[in-house]
Design a protein around this ligand. Structure first.
Ligand SMILES: Nc1ncnc2c1ncn2[C@@H]1O[C@H](COP(=O)(O)OP(=O)(O)O)[C@@H](O)[C@H]1O
Ligand SMILES: [Mg+2]
Length: 231
């Protein structure tokens, strides 16, 4: 699903540049659940933002479902991103002036889905997240765990095959974090590809693979093509 080769990201800070990603190479198979771990500042969010199309790399290649992202024009990429990727953030990133339904409908508005279909679908996904009684609540009227469920519902409403979650349990207490984790596991078991950035060993423990980052680099991965070259 994801193929990344030699990805580099430089941030410009005045006349200096800071290399936040350094020659990052890895794959994520379709249907996998993968954890990305590493200390604060190691480049995890930068990487997730590139994968999710919120940021562009300075160098390197990124293929999503076999198509090289760098070759898309911005409009095509935003369409593909909208249909393919759901993004969940540590701080939920809900729109404070919209209710739970309003937040979850947003991706469908961008896709020009008619209002009634949009509403039905948002109610359905919020119901599946256990928020059937909270449809008309605003983010400030919801607990952290409920807000993150709304955010997950928003990420899922367009039925994307790939879910990217950047420390989704980082702002939640342990028990609420566990609930959100089991939601992610269920989504994975239902066939979605899940990439989750986490500090929590219990999150990593349920993932099939753990990718570790340090100082903008990802620990070496072994690939079939490399194995063939060695033979
Ligand atoms: N917009 C930015 N401008 C400059 N430096 C940044 C920016 N965003 C992140 N960085 C730096 O890049 C490094 C990696 O940050 P980040 O990807 O947020 O790490 P993590 O998510 O692993 O904590 C950090 O040293 C951070 O200070
Ligand atoms: Mg981060």
């Amino acid at each position: 699903m994801i193929r990344v080769r030699h990805l580099t990201k430089d941030y410009r800070l005045g006349s200096n540049t800071f290399r936040a990603l350094h020659d990052v190479t890895f794959d994520v198979e379709t249907g996998a659940m993968v954890a990305i771990m590493g200390q604060s500042g190691s480049g995890k969010t930068t990487l997730m933002n590139v994968l999710g199309g919120l940021d562009t790399p300075t160098d390197g290649q990124y293929w999503l479902n076999g198509r090289e992202v760098g070759r898309f024009d911005p409009v095509t990429w935003s369409h593909i991103r909208n249909r393919t990727i759901g993004f969940v953030f540590q701080n939920f990133n809900l729109v404070p002036t919209l209710t739970a339904i309003g937040n979850v409908e947003l991706p469908l508005i961008y896709r020009r889905v008619p209002p009634r279909i949009r509403r039905t679908r948002a109610v359905e996904v919020l119901g599946a997240m256990g928020l059937g009684e909270r449809l008309h609540h605003y983010p400030t009227q919801l607990s952290g765990g409920q807000q993150q469920r709304v955010a997950i519902a928003r990420a899922l409403v367009g039925d994307p095959p790939l879910l990217l979650a950047d420390e989704p349990t980082g702002n939640l207490d342990v028990n609420t974090g566990r609930e959100i984790l089991s939601v992610l596991q269920e989504l994975h078991q239902a066939g979605r590809t899940v990439v989750v950035v986490t500090h929590a060993p219990e999150v990593a423990a349920v993932c099939e693979r753990v990718l570790r980052m340090q100082d903008g680099r990802m620990e070496a991965q072994r690939f079939e093509e490399d194995a063939h070259e060695l033979e």
